[in-house]
Design a protein around this ligand. Structure first.
Ligand code: SAH
Ligand code: SF4
Ligand code: F3S
Length: 446
């Protein structure tokens, strides 16, 4: 390798969208150190795993993944291996103990320190940083490069969580709730739009708890959305993930009045049983959640709702589970994620008596069957309707593009390749298992 050859960085991302955003930012910051991205570990000079600790399986997967790099490291002793993300935060030094070939462990709040850490590992030393520093890491990371990019982007506005649901590791791995100042978010958004982005998804572990500093006082998520609404060239705004207790009136209203805010809301409830909601420390009842959904649908009747559910939480009885099924029947979700409760060390629920795994499996199957039916019904109801599709990439078939409707359904359409990045009216003609197909009607102003 000549001196000028760039070093290659391979990042593998697990977990939530926030990790996807962080991985982009880490690649940018390591760009300063001469790294370019590669999409295979085989020719990499550095491999970074950006990890998730939310469930046991996710965390354990990291160790088997690391095991697979042993051969690569043996063949190329200069290869550096790093672990970032929530497993890095939760397990720190333990990772290097279990997998001595790991050179670098960095927690989610320390990514701005990656350049110094890289220098350290280049000298053959180990680097570990799992602090929760005071400064905004994104402010200390290099300005985002000016290269053209795809039509959709994530933008983290808030991180961390103070809610301490009894099952959840996020407050421990991501730290306390912190909101980025509004002007930095707006600058980043304008920059993304200049680079071709048409749709921005605002991210936060509790994105609707956002309360960033603004020029004349505190800015809420609804305020931020209205300010983004004024950016010419930005056509769509989304946000995720929200907590039911932080859905304020202004945010609900925005769903009815802000044209750029898309009619899709991910609003996890976890359980439909008041007893379990209380044991989970969710701080609302099933009825309050259903009333909230009614108010949101009052503002935006066609909104597509998405949720998260946990079955088999410690103490969940058959009746509790039936209450969850009843809540799902009442709400009707267009999209949902459901999980079997996974014991996480250090969380309050880990100390409680656990449910029989077979019972939890049966419940998960029943719940998933119901959610799948609802999702299919709502998708089928799209047939014959006209939607607006933002084309993101080429489809599998020649002459085909794939994009997302307002409701986040994937839509396959025969359309000219140069319509990528544009929004068009599309008539939906077909609904298949995971996507829709439609025909092009006319182009809407790009
Ligand atoms: N901040 C979001 C969710 C973050 S984690 C919220 O409050 O809703 C994403 C999802 O993972 C959660 O909604 C929950 O359904 C699931 N999850 C979190 N901890 C879990 C655990 N210990 N076992 C199983 N699922 C879990
Ligand atoms: Fe976890 Fe609850 Fe915070 Fe969501 S609100 S990140 S589930 S502690
Ligand atoms: Fe996983 Fe951390 Fe996201 S635990 S879900 S990567 S915040």
């Amino acid at each position: 390798m000549s001196k000028q050859d760039p070093k290659k960085l391979f990042i593998k991302t697990y977990g939530c969208q926030m990790n996807v955003y962080d991985s982009e930012r880490m690649a940018e910051v390591l760009g300063e150190k001469g790294y370019v991205s590669t999409d295979t570990p085989d020719d990499a000079d550095m491999i970074l795993l950006n990890t998730c600790h939310i469930r046991e399986k996710a965390a354990e997967k990291i160790y088997s993944e690391l095991g697979r790099f042993k051969g690569l490291k043996a063949a190329k002793p200069d290869l550096k291996i790093g672990v970032a993300g929530c497993v890095a935060q939760a397990e720190g030094q333990e990772i290097m103990r279990r997998q001595p070939m790991v050179d670098l462990v960095v927690g989610p709040q320390s990514y701005h320190r990656l350049p110094q850490m890289e220098e350290q590992v280049a000298k053959g030393r180990k680097a570990l940083d799992t602090d929760f520093p005071e400064e905004d890491k994104f402010e200390h990371m290099k300005a985002r490069p000016k290269a053209q990019r795809g039509p959709t982007a994530f933008l983290t506005v808030q991180e961390g969580c103070d809610k301490f649901c009894a099952f959840c590791v996020v407050p421990y791995t991501r730290g306390a709730e912190v909101s980025r100042p509004a002007d930095r978010i707006l600058t980043e958004a304008r920059d993304l739009v200049d680079r071709g982005v048409r749709e921005i998804t605002l991210l936060g572990q509790n994105v609707n708890a956002y309360h960033g500093a603004g020029p004349t006082g505190e800015v809420t998520l609804a305020d931020l959305i209205w300010q983004l609404n004024d950016i010419d060239g930005l056509q769509r705004i989304r946000f995720t993930t929200s907590h039911p207790n932080d859905m304020d009136d202004a945010l609900i209203d925005a769903h009815g009045t802000c044209d750029k805010l898309m009619p899709y809301l991910h609003l996890p409830v976890q359980s439909g049983s008041d007893r379990i909601l209380k044991a989970m420390n969710r701080k609302h009842t099933a009825e309050e959640y259903i009333n909230l959904i009614d108010r949101i649908r009052g503002a935006r009747p066609d909104i597509l709702l998405s949720g998260d559910f946990i079955v088999g939480f410690p103490g969940e009885t058959d009746q509790d589970f039936e209450d969850t099924m009843a809540l799902v029947e009442a709400v009707k979700y267009g999209q949902a994620y459901s999980f079997k409760y996974s014991t996480r060390p250090g969380t309050p629920a880990a100390e409680r008596a656990q449910i029989d795994p077979d019972v939890a499996n049966d419940r998960l199957q029943r719940l998933q069957a119901l959610l799948k039916d609802q999702q299919r019904d709502i998708q089928n109801q799209m047939v014959g309707r006209e939607v607006a599709v933002l084309f993101e990439k080429a489809g599998r078939l020649p002459g085909q593009l794939i994009g997302k409707s307002e409701y986040l359904h994937a839509v396959h359409v025969h359309a000219p390749a140069d319509m990528q990045g544009q929004i068009a009216r599309v008539q939906i003609t077909e609904s298949s298992s995971n996507s829709l197909a439609g025909t092009l009607l006319q182009t809407v102003a790009a």
